[in-house]
Write a protein that binds this ligand. Structure first.
Ligand SMILES: Cc1cc2nc3c(=O)[nH]c(=O)nc-3n(C[C@H](O)[C@H](O)[C@H](O)COP(=O)(O)OP(=O)(O)OC[C@H]3O[C@@H](n4cnc5c(N)ncnc54)[C@H](O)[C@@H]3O)c2cc1C
Ligand code: SF4
Ligand code: SF4
Length: 461
């Protein structure tokens, strides 16, 4: 097992904000890259919170936690990519505009609404706008369906749990929590040693996770859309474009331009920082994570990035159900949701590139770390150098893209050229990456296949 000191010093902290709950020597603040990070006020080798840090405690990993939580559920199965599951679905909410307001199919907000309606919770802990704290978004507590609905959609923005955990400690209420995989894992680890938190947080709703972004992501998007970083107030990261594929969405940036309140909608395809494969402004911790499908959550929802479903701009979820209570909850709403049961492997397929990056890619990154002999988190994935040469280059170049994106954005903030300066710095690295991610032999092969297909069509007419 590692320590929080090692996590902080190695840059493996995701800034979840759970450790200050157990150790007043720890607090959470922004670093120069716009990421939340834990900070020790007094240097200390160990901390009472070492047990609950998702990157320090390797004994309570997603497999051991998942086994403890779900293995006794009748009919439970396990899959190495999605964890434990009772049933897997694709679907969306039909009723009350949840789908229109949501990022994907609106299932997460609909599930929370069901928990309120069936009187199973008094409040939900999730992420909402937070202008009074000078932030775009933060974790907050909503006590009704109406309050909860204003917090729909994915926030690719730093968030942390310390304030809401204090709220849970001081309020004898029944909660559901929504979170990305490492946050749900940290809460589960805390629940393993804190009975009050365990008895109050009744439901854990996971979001599939590619990676988390620093504040630079929102600022860069808004800047390219025409609102300078100092004047932007809000970015909606998932603005649906009717009639387009679900993956072809836009952002809506709000702020002040020339003294006027302004709103701008720009498709993400027209912005240079939105290619998730480049990993711009990604927390380093995400490179050492192997949980894509929130394996310790009672239910997990993500985007159905799958042929056939992706075409619908309204958005469709993938859903992994891990408890009978959640299964009963979602199947009891027959007229309110559209659900198709699908094989677990189809859900994994919807996250193919994220899973590859955190299986094969993680194995290689762990190998690279081990060569340097430093401490690193213990993962379920084993370090390995036995992967194809070009894939190694892909993972090396992705690390460079991430690291340099922070440097380039800080440069852009100082430069009169703004985002142009950012792109000047990034373009050579992007080109190098594209050459290995999409090499010439693969492009030629694709071209030959398409020519052969066209000729075959002509000849058989
Ligand atoms: C950082 C991040 C990365 C993601 N990566 C992927 C991915 O790679 N592949 C994929 O399929 N899906 C990913 N998702 C999940 C996806 O974007 C949707 O959130 C999910 O499909 C649920 O959509 P919905 O319409 O059902 O949710 P909605 O009905 O829109 O409800 C979303 C709920 O999540 C809460 N929420 C929003 N952001 C956060 C946050 N950062 N932390 C905790 N709670 C939050 C909201 O407050 C709201 O309650 C990611 C989400 C996040 C936040
Ligand atoms: S990952 Fe979370 S628990 Fe671990 S050091 Fe960072 S803030 Fe604390
Ligand atoms: S990729 Fe992993 S570490 Fe990063 S935010 Fe998502 S769940 Fe957390």
């Amino acid at each position: 097992m590692g320590t929080i000191k090692q996590v902080i010093e190695g840059n493996y902290c995701i800034g979840c904000g759970v450790c200050p709950f157990l150790d007043t020597n720890l607090s959470i603040s922004f670093n120069e890259n716009g990421e939340y990070q834990a900070v020790q006020s007094v240097d200390s080798v160990t901390s009472p919170a070492d047990m609950i840090c998702p990157f320090a405690n390797s004994s309570l990993n997603e497999d051991t936690l998942g086994k403890e939580l779900f293995s006794k559920q009748n009919g439970i199965r396990h899959n190495d990519e999605i964890g434990y599951y009772l049933k897997t679905y694709v679907g969306y909410a039909i009723s009350d505009g949840f789908r229109d307001r949501g990022s994907s199919g609106g299932m997460v907000s609909w599930i929370i609404a069901q928990l309120f309606t069936k009187n199973k919770i008094d409040a939900v802990i999730h992420v909402k706008e937070s202008p009074e704290q000078g932030l775009m978004y933060s974790y907050q507590v909503s006590h009704s369906i109406e309050e909860m609905e204003t917090g729909a959609k994915s926030k690719y923005y730093p968030i942390q749990l310390s304030n809401v955990l204090d709220y849970v400690k001081n309020h004898d209420e029944r909660f559901a929590i929504v979170g990305i995989p490492c946050f749900i894992k940290a809460v589960r680890q805390l629940e393993a040693i804190d009975n009050t938190i365990a008895s109050r947080i009744r439901y854990h709703i996971g979001l599939v996770c590619g990676h988390l972004k620093s504040t630079f992501f929102a600022l860069s998007e808004a800047w390219e859309a025409g609102i300078p970083p100092q004047d932007v107030t809000l970015v909606d990261f998932r603005y649906k474009l009717p009639g387009h594929a679900a993956s072809d969405y836009a952002i809506k940036a709000e702020g002040v331009v020339s003294g006027k309140e302004t709103e701008v909608v720009v498709p993400t395809r027209d912005l240079s920082t939105t290619n998730w494969g480049y990993g711009y402004f990604k927390y380093n911790a995400c490179e050492y994570c192997d949980d894509v499908l929130a394996e310790t959550a009672d239910i997990t929802c993500g985007d159905a990035w799958l042929p056939g479903y992706d075409k619908d701009s309204s958005g469709t979820n993938v859903v992994v159900v891990r408890t009978q209570e959640m299964l009963d909850l979602i199947t009891s709403g027959a007229n309110e949701v559209h659900l198709e049961e699908v094989p677990a492997k189809l859900v994994a397929q919807s996250q193919r590139s994220g899973l590859r990056h955190r299986r094969e890619g993680l194995a290689y990154r762990l190998y690279l770390k081990d060569r340097k002999n430093g401490w690193r988190p213990t993962k379920r994935v084993q370090a390995s150098n036995h992967i194809p040469y070009l894939r190694k280059k892909v993972y090396e170049d992705r690390m460079e893209l991430t690291e340099q994106s922070f440097v380039a954005f800080r440069e852009a903030l100082k430069s009169p050229k703004g985002m142009k300066r950012f792109n000047e710095i990034m373009q050579p690295i992007v080109r190098k990456y594209q050459r290995v991610d999409n090499p010439i032999h693969r492009r030629l092969l694709r071209k030959m296949k398409s020519v052969a297909k066209k000729m075959h069509k002509k000849l058989t007419k």
